[in-house]
Design a protein around this ligand. Structure first.
Ligand SMILES: *Cc1c(COP(=O)(O)O)cnc(C)c1O
Length: 457
């Protein structure tokens, strides 16, 4: 195995190794880091996953990227620490399965990446004795997952920006009740405003003296661990070599890119269904070849997917030989025909989300929440649009229904059970700051907190 290097999607920065790519977050040319080549898993290696627990599959996939950076024994230990929760696979009906990625400490799939990233960051910082501030914008779930994963990791402080009126109460409490090295900032704006403020801070010469990094899905460290559960699902549900379909409810496209990475590494995948909510810039692009981001982003019941311009789209475009910059401008068209062959996307309105949630419950007596049901409805759209759906399909449920009790209760008539990890956080007192969408103020806030002698939070 050779050491893997990462280059920027904007093509103007030199290639770096995993450690540098993760610590930097964004490339200096404002592009996103992406593997220069994808390491391969052989058919036999993948077939061997059938008998292995999740953490061991994680180790065997991730070591392809950590070669020359993290010794195997250490990586195996990190995987054991990161993945001490289950990944339930339920049968919906013959050949169609639900993968629940909601058993981590903050009950969304974001835990899978955040837990592993925290392990890696902790290690890299210890190695070079550095201190770092993780700056992250969240539409609800990332902030909670990142805050929990990095809570009390030495050398790291965490600042989470969230749109104050766009997150549910339990989403908010999962990030505002931590203390120690974690601080949260409620912004009177949208997720896109939070993301824009974070991006500006990274590019701001006045903040060069502060070591900032990102735990957003722009960080390659977020993406790689999200490929593992696709290998895991296939190892349990498909025969060796049998192609499989994944339906992944999408906002910033980090989760679906995990499936793309798995496929590029050798997993046979027939289709990656990438349904979105009313923020439909991607399905429009796929159909027309013309990309127009949606600004401002549209609110919807699947609030963790209220993203007008999915930042990982630049990586998807790169996989298909094109180039898109961070503003969404396409400098070189990707192979759209190949993209259409591999990916299907439709937009699911709030009305369809709600009716589908109700229908799914009455048909299967399985409870979904507003994001997972977008995956289900996207799968139905695909079946209707394209023949040949007769292969194993996995619907990805990205959050626990208890994170969206109001929506779920409206549909099924009672509030969902709350997992123990959430009840504990919800009982604790909250503590967070508030701010308008005002970059100058935000810069001030950051400078103030990083003065010599300022408290860790
Ligand atoms: C973040 C999130 C999504 C969207 O994932 P992306 O990687 O941004 O596409 C979907 N569902 C839930 C519950 C989320 O938290």
């Amino acid at each position: 195995m050779a050491k893997i290097f990462f280059r920027s999607t904007n093509g103007q920065s030199p290639g770096v190794d995993l450690r540098e790519a993760m610590l930097a977050g964004q490339a200096p040319d404002r592009g996103l880091y992406f593997p220069e080549i994808f390491p391969q898993l052989t058919r036999d290696e993948i077939a061997g996953f059938a008998k292995l627990p999740y953490r061991e599959i994680a180790f065997r996939v991730l070591r392809k990227f950590t070669e020359g950076i993290i010794p195997d024994d250490d990586l195996a230990a990190m995987c054991r620490k990161a993945y001490n929760f289950g990944v339930p696979l339920e049968v919906i009906h013959y050949g169609v399965y639900l993968m629940r990625l909601d058993q981590g400490p903050t009950a969304s799939f974001k835990d899978f990446a955040a837990q592993m990233m925290a392990q890696m960051f902790g290690r890299f910082l210890q190695e070079n004795g550095r201190q770092l501030t993780i700056l992250t914008a969240t539409s609800g779930d990332t902030g909670a997952a990142v805050a929990h994963a990095f809570h009390k990791i030495p050398g790291v402080r965490v600042l989470v920006l969230f749109p104050i009126n766009e997150v549910s109460l339990s989403q908010r409490k999962l990030m505002t009740t931590l203390r120690d090295n974690v601080r949260t900032l409620g912004v009177d704006g949208k997720f896109d405003d939070c993301q824009a403020m974070v991006k500006r801070a990274f590019a701001d010469p006045d903040l060069k003296h502060i070591a900032l990094s990102s735990a957003n899905s722009i960080n390659i460290g977020r993406l790689l661990p999200q490929s593992v559960y696709y290998f895991y699902a296939a190892s349990r549900l498909a025969h060796p070599g049998e192609p499989i379909v994944f339906s992944v409810p999408s906002g910033n496209f980090g989760d679906m890119m995990g499936a793309v990475v798995a496929r590029e590494m050798g997993l046979p995948v027939k289709k990656i269904i990438t349904p979105v909510n009313d923020n439909d810039s991607f399905p429009r692009y796929l159909a027309s070849g013309v990309y127009q981001k949606i600004s401002p982003s549209r609110n919807s019941v699947s609030n963790a997917m209220n993203v007008g311009h999915p930042s990982n789209l630049a990586r998807l475009v790169a996989v298909y030989g094109g180039q898109m910059d961070e503003t969404g401008r396409i400098h070189k068209q990707p192979d759209l025909a190949a993209m259409r062959r591999d990916i299907f996307s439709s937009s699911i309105s709030d009305e369809r989300t709600r009716s589908s949630l109700r229908d799914f419950w009455s048909q299967y007596q399985i409870l979904l929440e507003p994001h997972g049901v977008v995956a289900w409805q996207g799968y139905l759209d695909w079946l209707a649009a394209e023949p040949g759906g007769d292969v194993p399909a996995v619907i990805v449920e990205t959050a626990n229904p208890a994170k969206f009790p109001e929506e779920v209760e409206k549909v099924v008539g009672w509030p969902p059970d709350v997992p123990a990890s959430m009840t504990a956080a919800i009982a604790l007192p909250e503590d967070y700051d508030r701010m308008d969408v005002d970059y100058e103020k935000f810069r001030e806030y950051l400078m103030e907190r990083h003065k010599p002698g300022a408290s860790l939070r």
